[in-house]
Design a protein around this ligand. Sequence first.
Ligand code: TEU
Ligand code: CA
Length: 557
Amino acid sequence: KGDAKWWQTATVYQIYPRSFMDGNGDGIGDLQGIISRLDYLQELGVDVIWLSPVYDSPNDDNGYDIRDYEAIMEEFGTMADFDVMLEELHKRGLKLVMDLVVNHTSDEHEWFVQSRSSKDNPYRDYYYWHPGKDGKEPTNWGSFFSGSAWEYDEKTAEYFLHLFSKKQPDLNWESPKVRQEVYKMMRFWLDKGVDGFRMDVINMISKVPGWPDGEKQPGQLYGDGTPFILNGPRIHEFLQEMNREVLARYDIMTVGEMPGATTDLAIQYTAPERKEVNMVFTFEHMDLDSAPGGKWNLKPLNLLDLKDNLTKWQTALHDKGWNSLYWNNHDQPRIVSRFGNDREHRVEAAKMLATCLHMMQGTPYIYQGEEIGMVNVQFTDLSDYRDIETLNMYRERLSQGYVHEDIMKSIYVKGRDNARTPMQWDDSENAGFTTGEPWIRVNPRYTEINAKQALADENSIFYHYQRLIALRKEMEIITFGEYRLLHRDHPAVFAYERVLGDEKLIVLCNFSSEPQELDDEELLAEMRQAEVLLENLERREASLSLRPYEAVVYYKK
Ligand code: TEU
Ligand code: CA
């Protein structure tokens, strides 16, 4: 088992550059700001940085709308800054994974400017153009950012496809020229020494031909296009070509963001012998608190659903593929507010959630601020929100007759800006993120929740993460041990074990604010022979009773 790949024992830290650290006082995070905080990341002990897009962009979707793949966004600095950052990361033994956003470009990308200029322009087929059907959009699909997925362009009197914003036209991957352009750009970054890619909605690049309409549920404005754009007919062919032409030539890590991926598909995407990607981000566990009709329709989490879903992924991919492990990213609300408790039990809940995730098999991802237990934000004024997904949804639902208060509730619980308020460094003005006016308001709870406080408190969430990261590098059982769920039917306790040879980890997590009991004398006997490896509350002896949000890991040989 000792033949672990470097990314199998690594922990990844995701930086959302716009909100991480502002180095020049303009209120926007930047590369110099990141460089000034690398020692903090080294202290945490993470191994890899996943950097959200820093390429030239008009920022319609905060950098996920790329105008020039081989230039640095002006607000973030220069290519010279990038080179210094990469060198400083490598000096500290940290690796850098960049965000590859190639399902779409910005509409200001030169390719699209050419493509839209005339029907016979050589770049015309770099994007999906269609004359429309009966004077209407080619299909009834909705965009993920509200409205139709098709935009009519006067110049050539045709529609173009954009699964996301109007300023994010989808690239036509059926075109070999497009694919070669992408592979050339990937080599540009890998030849600079970048250590891999996180691939944005990469399982959307192959679309079902023929532009069929989607099912339209009652109350929905648009049809559901996802069966025709997720995991499409040529997706494996494209990924295997990308692997052959680019990835296989470097010692790198790849993770594909795959909305709608099932465990069967994830095994196909991540089985080493298939030479596609190393691991995937699945969305199934992030959809468990969504009612029918999408993420803005709220439903309380049922812990049994979470236990069953994570168990399904742990079991299905064991010895077949590789899991990513995440609670947070720049698209998700803060986990301690979502599945934990962000008031009287915030610290132990954050540590419990970290323990539950990091003792599983896979590569864990920590999103900036998760390591200090940052929480969701509630701006009463819509004008304080920045995310295009949120603002478009607000306008669309208001026009559909939804009540303002209900829409704001959905934004408070699920809005992406929950994750995008500035990183909280200390309790000085603007949480030490900027000396200027921040591009988005700081979460007012920064005075109690910030890195400076965490570093000074030996019982902080930060040091719990530091320990989890260190354990993963020390203990093979965490990387290779077989996962088994315990007490599946317990409504509030997530209990599982990991087994490798004669070693065993027993992980007990109370997901509730009430004390809980496990009825299991056999387990107690095992725990009595074990040592406490990690806990979030001082424990004197092995016990089957768990205090609110208590997490404890026993290790026995
Ligand atoms: O997100 C893809 C994606 O599936 C999102 O639409 C997600 O479902 C939604 O944001 C959940 O609220 C990727 C990036 O992570 C996201 O930031 C971009 O906006 C999107 O692709 C387009 O590039
Ligand atoms: Ca700045």
